[in-house]
Design a binder for this molecule. Sequence first.
Ligand code: SAH
Ligand code: SF4
Ligand code: F3S
Length: 472
Amino acid sequence: MAEILQKVVEEERQGEAYAPFLADPNEYSKKFYIESYGCQMNFSDSEIVASILHEQGFGPTRNFEDANLVFLNTCSIREKAEQTVRNRLQAFRKVKESRPGMLIGVLGCMAERLKAKFLEEEKLVDIVVGPDAYRSLPGLIIEAEGGQKSVNVLLSREETYADIAPVRLDSNGVTAFVSIMRGCNNMCTFCVVPFTRGRERSRDAASIINECKELFDRGFREVTLLGQNVDSYYFTNPEQEEITFAKLLEKVASISPLLRVRFSTSHPKDITDDVLHTMAAHHNICKYIHLPVQSGNTRILQLMNRTYTREWYLNKVNRIREIMPDCGLSTDVITGFCTETEEEHQDTLSIMEKSRFDMAYMFSYSERPGTLAAKRYEDDIPEDIKQRRLQEIIHLQNTHSRESYKNDIGKIVEVLIEGNSKRSDKDWCGRNTQNKMVVFPKAQAGLKKGDYAQVKITSATSATLIGEMIYH
Ligand code: SAH
Ligand code: SF4
Ligand code: F3S
């Protein structure tokens, strides 16, 4: 999943996003503002929170200075992610001083990690709510309005918010995220997620399919099924039918051939041949897999508790390419994990050479308090070495990305139009099945967002394909 820290960019917010709300936000007596950080799961949770707040009569605002309630949905994955949130809180301090009635709430993974300590550390925070406790928000807001600081960070084994219809906050009206499971049981030693998100649980399949159907009926044309580890999705429905991830994919893909299906994230140990064959069998299941490798060295992978070896990962990549020769592949890499030697770092570079990822998210190791790695191993790679290794990895990936995009020149690809390109309203942009962004001139009248176009690729950068529409 795209775990790059992203602040919600104001310009990208579009009108239909706030669909269930009154046309004039001033008609609400109370307004909320929400800003999300971290992975898509968090952005998706903010849409659940918006739905809960809407039920309570709160209207949305895009300007925190107008809000009665200001929420930050936070991420703890790396130290830097937490620092960004703390800096952001400082920006709210001034406004709060001039508007003492304004309430500030911290949601998400940082709330879960720090719990009530947050209230001691950041005096301006009034409400702290963990990812499984959003249903308690209305009560907590009332408490906070009464002048009491309020906290709920209980994790749950059942909560999936299955019955809450998310309010699509920053939507382009074409693509949407649908959460299918929560939590993670994997315990990779570097990772804080099992502590902030709790045990793994799968959402009721019927509610997932209904949500996807409803999105399709409203004009959406792509759903991304979200979970920390989607391939371990497992649900037994009331008819005693056992629904694996492969079956769920099939059911969602069967809603309409015009509805694209994506998913994120897969753990290499769990993605089965069944899933690969299901992907291959359906044109509308996108040929793209995000398969985080983390390291190319078996000893480091063991220390990370990733449960696969270098060879096993490479076999998985081969298997994917055997079943779907045209499948796009991306990954996550961590440099400078505890005790990583120079040779072991070279193994990461060489697994990248062998796997030829189209794209990667690359990070230097950031020790997270409470994780198994923090307890067991010393964070002993000096920062300058971590950064130098990271730069080498980024450099290599840039070469691979450029090559991968260049190889598409001359191909004809199907693009789902997501909207105007960022640079010009004379161009459309959208993705091909491999998740590559494609930009092309609006030569033909009559096309709109949500339509499919066949585009011949004429040139490429390392992150965008440029082409011309041939027919639609
Ligand atoms: N559930 C997803 C990953 C979620 S975290 C999965 O298992 O694939 C996203 C990425 O952040 C991870 O894949 C990893 O590369 C990176 N990451 C997680 N913890 C980190 C840490 N402590 N330091 C640096 N990067 C980390
Ligand atoms: Fe973290 Fe590993 Fe779970 Fe991903 S699979 S969320 S990296 S513990
Ligand atoms: Fe996601 Fe960050 Fe939490 S990556 S699960 S928001 S720690």
